[in-house]
Design a protein around this ligand. Structure first.
Ligand SMILES: [Zn+2]
Length: 220
């Protein structure tokens, strides 16, 4: 890896993140610079981390030291992905991160999809017949019908993208840099700024041509 591990937040032309659910869309800082180079995006915010070439910050005649972008904005409108297919992750959010039988908290990883009307009794695999379950309840329930303790705590429903986003907001959002925060929607839970640990490579770009391109682009 010749580059550092910094990520850049990607905004649509409306100054809103291109993707927010289940997580923010980010790209590598190098890709962000490339997009800037080819004219598809503008840089909105920078990290305090200079772009190095031969171990030294790239210095531009008029702009001074060049920094890695922390937020970019596409010039063209980007369509938001508002897909709410039945996936384990989407189910985890719809069912408020809890097993619908015992109520224990789940993680995305240990969420299982449980058929309310068992598969063996003709229960389909769709939003109306699937609930989030811990592994233990899923195994214990087996072919039982949804009676007594096997009645889901919340009635299954088909969620919209905005339903899922509102539930997602009840969980912390981790961001890489404080410069991202002004572009986020109002968040119910806390926003955590991850400590930056950039692995600064000696040379940000593979060759002198690329470095020259970057100097040129930032001077434009
Ligand atoms: Zn359970």
């Amino acid at each position: 890896m010749k580059y550092n591990n910094l990520r850049t937040l990607v905004l649509s032309a409306t100054f809103m993140p291109v993707e927010i659910f289940p997580d923010l869309l980010t790209i590598s800082v190098k890709d962000a610079v490339t997009n800037y180079l080819n004219g598809t995006c503008e840089v909105v915010e920078f990290y305090d981390i200079p772009i190095l070439s031969n171990g030294k910050p790239i210095e531009h005649k008029t702009k001074g030291v060049l920094f890695w972008p922390s937020v970019i904005m596409y010039k063209a409108y980007q369509k938001q992905n508002i897909n709410t297919r039945l996936t384990r992750e989407n189910l985890y959010y719809r069912d408020h991160f809890c097993c619908q039988f015992c109520g224990d908290p789940l993680t995305i990883k240990n969420t299982t999809m449980d058929h309310v009307i068992p598969k063996s009794k003709g229960g389909p695999k769709n939003w109306m017949n699937i609930v989030a379950s811990c592994d233990e309840c899923n195994k214990q329930k087996g072919d039982s019908l949804p009676n007594g303790r096997w009645k889901p705590r919340n009635k299954p429903y088909i969620p919209t993208f905005y339903d899922l986003l509102e539930i997602r907001k009840k969980q912390p959002l981790v961001v890489d840099h404080e410069s991202w925060i002004p572009f986020l929607p109002k968040w119910e839970s806390e926003i955590i700024v991850r400590g930056q640990k950039p692995v600064e490579a000696k040379d940000a770009f593979a060759n002198d041509n690329e470095t020259a391109e970057v100097e040129e682009l930032v001077s434009a």
